[in-house]
Write a protein that binds this ligand. Structure first.
Ligand SMILES: Cc1cc2nc3c(=O)[nH]c(=O)nc-3n(C[C@H](O)[C@H](O)[C@H](O)COP(=O)(O)OP(=O)(O)OC[C@H]3O[C@@H](n4cnc5c(N)ncnc54)[C@H](O)[C@@H]3O)c2cc1C
Length: 324
């Protein structure tokens, strides 16, 4: 077999949005290579995820349903993916560029002594080889890279590829045993806590971010209100995070999260190169800043020169009125 494999990230019985995008990208590559698209479904009680993978266009599903895989640990997932890749020799393995996907991709590439391309934002197939486009130098340049030989392991940026659509497909997954036992896994997970009610920054299609210009922790209230009115997530610059006004989870940029939303509204953010590194691939950027010379205006499609404490509440009221 030399198929195109897609690793499916899941939790609490749900396929991650990023994996729906990976299946969409995998389908395109599989058709161009004239190969089967194979979904890898690892976890505990994941029969439903396997069914979803068939519905989203997978030709085959290789699954492993085991309690050692109940929560993600690379020490359990890595040996399994390595073992399967050694047995089946896929042409391509695609994973989402997420904390788990990056961890698993690096582990597997090291174990297989294979090439690894990370955080690709576009792909095309040429002579049976994938040319992956990656951004470098803090997103200032795009470069095309490829792996010369062996299995091509590639992670793709979240929200850079359209999600696979339902095909109504179904099938029987091939279920395999776990590669290692619980005794062989050094890391034990003792508990799991998730934050209620927050939209994940990397999944959000709309992000409203605040910077030093909000002036303090209370200055994030109008930013959050606008994000809520739009059904989006709240981001922040490092200056605001370093000041302790919002937790690090919200930081966008070179040392924070890389996001590609449909709409990014930067409020009181100057637009330093390190901030741009995390958001410049947003499809539409709106900047609100009282300094007309702020560098963020050089990147934004729409700019509002003004005091954010006047502009942001006015926008929130307007959107509430229009969106209900
Ligand atoms: C190695 C390294 C990594 C870094 N990583 C990151 C990163 O991941 N993310 C990141 O963001 N930064 C990062 N930085 C920091 C970065 O260089 C900038 O210092 C930071 O982004 C500035 O944040 P800011 O735009 O909020 O603040 P400032 O640059 O101080 O800008 C504040 C802006 O608010 C405007 N303003 C003030 N009051 C108002 C108002 N009432 N209404 C409207 N506008 C107003 C001002 O005109 C100004 O443009 C990094 C730096 C280094 C060296």
């Amino acid at each position: 077999m030399s198929a195109v494999w897609v690793w499916i990230e899941n939790s609490s019985g749900e396929m991650a949005t990023i994996s729906r995008e990976m299946l969409g990208a995998g389908r395109t590559v599989a058709e161009e290579l004239n190969e089967d698209l194979v979904a890898l479904v690892f976890g505990e009680d994941v029969e439903g995820i396997a069914e979803t993978a068939f519905d989203l266009g997978a030709d085959e599903v290789i699954g492993c349903d085991d309690e050692t895989l109940a929560t993600f640990r690379v020490e359990a997932y890595g040996p399994l993916l390595t073992q399967l890749a050694q047995e089946h020799e896929p042409a391509v393995i695609i994973l989402g560029e997420s904390p788990r996907g990056s961890d698993l991709a690096a582990w597997t590439a090291a174990d297989l002594d294979a090439g690894l391309l990370v955080d690709a934002v576009a792909m095309e197939v040429e002579d049976e080889t994938i040319k992956a486009t990656r951004s470098v130098y803090a997103n200032k340049l795009l470069c095309n890279t490829f792996i010369k030989e062996g299995v091509q392991i590639i992670t793709l940026r979240s929200r850079a590829f359209p999600q696979a659509e339902s095909t109504g497909g179904s099938g029987d997954a091939e279920w395999v045993d776990a590669a290692v036992s619980e005794d062989e896994i050094p890391l034990k997970v003792t508990g799991f806590a998730s934050k209620e009610g927050e939209v994940s920054l990397t999944d959000a299609s709309i992000i409203v971010s605040g910077g030093r210009g909000v002036g303090g922790p209370e200055g994030f209230a109008p930013i959050q209100a606008l994000a809520d009115a739009l059904g989006g997530a709240m981001g922040a610059s490092r200056a605001a995070v370093d000041a302790g006004w919002v937790p690090y989870d919200h930081q966008v940029g070179q040392t924070g999260k890389t996001v590609s939303p449909d709409l990014y509204i930067a409020c009181g953010i100057s637009g330093a190169i390190q901030h741009q590194a995390g958001m410049r691939t947003a499809k539409v950027i709106v900047a609100i800043n009282k300094d007309p010379e702020a560098p963020i205006f050089g990147l934004a499609q729409y700019g509002i020169v003004g005091d954010l404490f006047e502009v942001v509440p006015a926008l929130t009221e307007e959107f509430k009125g229009r969106l209900g």
